[in-house]
Ligand binder design. Structure first.
Ligand code: ADP
Length: 627
């Protein structure tokens, strides 16, 4: 019989498994058992729509057996089975989740995390096996085949005899060495522990032959070892158990095992709802941002069950995008078992449940914000960005639902505050919500305009995420107070007299500014004096709806669209440079042009913008300071 090669990428995953330094090898059993369970589910689903398939739900089982002499471990199921072609396709090629692992293969440290985080499937058995045989008979077929492999060399498939349909996997364990004791997988007690830990809630019975000491029949004090089939897993879904009977640790384990997370969840909440729709939900908020959360291919969704049987593993409709970080499941008797994915999207029951689940999540978050602020801030650090996207997306349709869940950094309190808290603590006479944008809090702190504001005892919210300003523009106001970017040209904080004095000063020197503006060309739409900078000589402000930060964001996007915020170069009227400019205007207009260019470049740099002509500017600076 011909030996076949593994596909190239499968080979590399295989190599990784065979030589794995991953310490938690136990998970291979979880992988094989969940494959077995899936195979049973597949057969069961098909039987619902295909009258030719005659199965009895109670006959389904997954069996785990070991043979100490042969040093083999066997996992078998009476599920759908695989044809010759399926054996070749499914086990000769890497699985989806495996390809993820393979991408990260070069980084040893990550490898470990990744194995723990994802199901790596069938190949994980090579962590413990020197040889694997998969005997399978597809339901409805008369032929059975055996796939066999000793690892890197490839695999072969040959016909075999097998009575019942289903799959039987035999693992020939590696030899134990000082690094690892593979013989532990031949111990009843060890196997039972691993099954309970990882596969307790598999909905089909996992059966093992167990030896118990029993009283010998017909005697009163003689005992004998009796082998009996025993179901190891609890099978009752954790969310169907009495709340009081489930410990926090059990929920945590369920979460980490089901969602392949290495950290327990930040929040676990379970709800039972009856009324317009009836369901139980078990939901989790992870305690860290999944590595792919902000990537395009992150799949949101909750598992959907109908009376304990899984209908769909990830039903996206059950979660709005802004709560896409929530993991968990919904179990409802109202959902039909053999509903197709397409119909599911339109299903009224599912829509009702989704709406209700959304309300529960919101309530949970509000509760956390109110009663456990520290936890909420950590949560917000992980997923706040998503909530802000939620405010902004769908043309602001959900902004009112989400606005009170937002946190922003407050310059005055040096910590995160809600908009409600900001408004409650506004200074006397303040009727606007002030904010400033920049790359980091430290950098925002150094923006010249911010300094003047802090002096006035006004709190300023610092925006460092690019979505912040977009979200806030969508909100427009909070509690009747509008949002004002303090880098905007029309922000007023001074008295009427100050304003009048400034206006007249600006009017007086309008020719000076006109010349500077001509020198700077399209770069700025206006040049003028300001009285809001304390020590700093210059700043750049923006006019209209588009701020300088938003210009940066939009221009960084991979589109052809390039936009320019309308900017104003403001010069501190009380800074010595103001006098210098006035003098130059009278005596040396050429020199004034050079000053204009240098000051404008300074203002751009402070804003974190680049300058178009760095060589010219650096030569100019040198020329000016050499005088
Ligand atoms: P995954 O389960 O992530 O798809 P695996 O590598 O674990 O990846 O399995 C590959 C495929 O092999 C499965 O998708 C399934 O089609 C098939 N398979 C594995 N184990 C069994 C089994 N016990 N019975 C039937 N098919 C199986």
């Amino acid at each position: 019989m011909k030996k076949q090669e593994f596909k190239a990428e499968s080979k590399r995953l295989l190599d990784l498994m065979i030589n794995s330094i991953y310490t938690n090898k136990d998970i291979f059993l979880r992988e094989l058992i969940s494959n077995a369970s899936d195979a049973i589910d597949k057969l069961y689903y098909e039987s619902l729509t295909n009258s030719k398939i005659d199965v009895n739900k109670d006959d389904f089982e997954i069996r785990v057996e070991f043979d100490k002499k042969k040093r083999t471990l066997k996992i078998s199921d009476n599920g759908i089975g695989m044809s010759e072609k399926e054996l070749d396709n499914n086990l000769g090629t890497i699985c989806e989740s495996g390809s993820l692992l393979f991408k990260k293969e070069n980084e040893k440290r990550d490898e470990i995390d990744v194995i723990g985080q994802f199901g790596v499937g069938f190949y994980s058995a090579f962590m413990v096996a020197s040889k694997i045989e998969v005997c399978s008979k597809k339901y409805g077929s008369d032929e059975a085949f055996m796939w066999s492999s000793e690892g890197m060399d490839g695999y072969s498939i040959s016909p075999v005899k097998k009575e019942n349909s289903g799959t039987e996997i035999t693992i020939y364990l590696k030899k134990s060495d000082e690094d690892f004791d593979y013989d532990k997988y031949l111990e009843e007690y060890e196997l039972e522990g691993i099954i309970k830990k990882y596969s307790n809630y598999i909905t089909h019975p996992i059966v093992m032959k167990k030896t118990t000491r029993e009283l010998k029949e017909g005697t009163e004090d003689e005992y004998e070892d009796v082998e009996k089939d025993q179901v190891i897993n609890s099978m009752t879904p954790i969310w169907k158990k009495n709340s009081g009977d489930v410990s926090e640790e059990e929920y945590d384990n369920f979460y980490t095992d089901t969602y392949y997370d290495y950290e327990k969840p930040r929040r676990t909440f379970r709800n039972s709802v009856e009324g317009k729709c009836t369901y139980t939900s078990l939901l989790f908020i992870p305690s860290h941002t999944p590595y792919d959360f902000y990537q395009k291919d992150y799949e949101k969704g909750l598992s959907l069950y109908s009376n304990g049987v899984m209908v769909m593993e990830k039903c996206p409709k059950l979660l709005p995008d802004y709560f896409s970080f929530v993991k968990g499941l919904v179990d409802s008797p109202d959902v039909s078992l053999n509903i197709s994915r397409e119909i599911l999207q339109e299903d009224r029951e599912v829509s009702l449940i989704a709406k209700s689940v959304e309300g529960k999540i919101k309530k949970e978050l509000e509760g956390m914000l109110e009663n456990d602020r520290e936890e909420y801030e950590k949560f917000f650090d992980n997923f706040g960005l998503q909530l802000k996207f939620g405010v902004y997306n769908d043309y602001g349709m959900h902004k009112d639902d989400l606005k009170d869940l937002l946190l922003f950094y407050s310059s005055k309190n040096k910590k995160m505050v809600t908009l409600k808290e900001y408004v409650e603590n506004m200074a006397e006479g303040q009727d606007k919500i002030y904010y400033a944008s920049g790359e980091t809090y430290d950098k925002i702190d150094l923006i010249p305009q911010v300094e003047a504001f802090k002096d006035k005892e006004f709190d300023v919210l610092y925006f460092k995420d690019y979505v912040d300003e977009f979200a806030i523009q969508m909100l427009r106001e909070y509690d009747g107070k509008s949002f004002v970017n303090i880098s905007k040209d029309d922000v007023e904080t001074g008295s009427e007299e100050d304003k009048k004095a400034l206006d007249s000063e600006n009017d007086k020197f309008k020719n000076l500014f006109a010349l500077m503006k001509t020198t700077l060309g399209d770069g700025v739409s206006e040049v003028r004096f300001t009285n809001r900078l304390k020590k700093h000589p210059v700043c750049l402000t923006s006019k209209g709806n588009l701020s300088i930060e938003m210009e940066k964001v939009i221009n960084a996007m991979p589109t052809d669209e390039h936009i320019k915020a309308e900017t104003i170069l403001e010069i501190n009227k009380d800074h010595p440079i103001a006098e210098k400019l006035k003098t130059l205007y009278e005596n040396d207009k050429d020199e004034l042009e050079k000053y204009a260019k240098v000051l404008y470049s300074e203002a751009r740099l402070i804003e974190g913008l680049s300058i178009d002509n760095p060589t010219e500017i650096s030569n100019l600076i040198c020329e000016l300071i050499s005088k």
